[in-house]
Design a protein around this ligand. Sequence first.
Ligand code: SF4
Ligand code: SF4
Length: 372
Amino acid sequence: MSTSNPVSRQRIEVDLNFVNEVTRRGGGDVKKCMQCSECSVVCPLSPSESPFPRKEMLWTQWGLKDKLMADPDIWMCHNCEDCSKECPRNAKPGSVLGALRSMVIETYSWPRAISRAFSKKAFLALFALVPVVLMIVFFLATGIRVPNGGPIYFSSLVPYNYLDTAGIIVGAYAILALLYGCFRYYRTLSKQKKGKMNAVIAAILTLKDVILHTWFSVCGSNRNRYYAHILIFYGFCVLLLATFTGALEIHVFGFSHALLGEPQNIIGNIGTVLILPGLLIAIINRTTSKVPKEDTYFDWFFLILLLLIVCTGFVMELLRLDGISLAYWTYMIHLILVFMLVAYFPYSKFAHLAYRFFALTYLTSIGRRPAV
Ligand code: SF4
Ligand code: SF4
């Protein structure tokens, strides 16, 4: 009489180029891992059952791309680098998880060709050229020229109706592309295990965690990263609020120009005061880290672009107040940078906010939480 075999067989697809791709994105030392598990022991966020990042190191070495691209655990990591500091082989598991997260964004983003090109530094100049060309076309088509003399009003360079139309088109594209990518990712995650909790309730609980930075605060050894992140996060939210306040002032309350001391201006300055120190702490933190980072173009693009937007926004206001016409040129550079922020949102590090939210929502729904 034969006994049934309880071992189930699973076909595993191995992507041999995968390790090279992880290396290119800053996870360069994954091959050094010897599976000692020290990283999973020291990680303050790793659950006791099926802990990370040891298993992700193994899967990466084996080239199990599909498995890793559907692994929500990589989003539980908040990149404190405790594991990388303690790794006896200097395999930098924290950086490997960071590289995997950037690959998730590329894999699920839409359209894939754009996200693939955007992940390569070589194409950055081309992506920067797009808003420059659009701006040149705009000035050629409208015949508007940089005003010479008189009080400085940015709306005389780019009238609000044009600015609003462009903002709505680019913003709608970015939101739809981002949501579509996140939806595809969440659908992939949900196929693995059915959630015990309603997804809406899980999303509300996750939102609370995001607002309070609950999981981030668990990474105790790298407090500077926590402070930098919270300042950048809330500074960005306040700057977003300033943008909407400006639109309300013009379209609802009939302001003809942005004036000094009006709500948008005050809110914008508060946002700058929050985000600027956050960006500077993050940059200092990265450049002085005890765990040297490798090619982290994905992270640097995020930090430098935000810093340039904040600085050009601040400088153009100062120039405007002094009546210096250089303000118009600074404004044009500012608009180009803002275009890059919004249009490329679904493909850049900015998208991690949305992907992390969906992954944590899924994890919450299945009852998988960090060991806090
Ligand atoms: S990454 Fe380092 S600490 Fe983690 S299992 Fe590999 S060798 Fe050990
Ligand atoms: S970087 Fe920090 S949170 Fe991420 S796996 Fe390592 S120890 Fe855990």
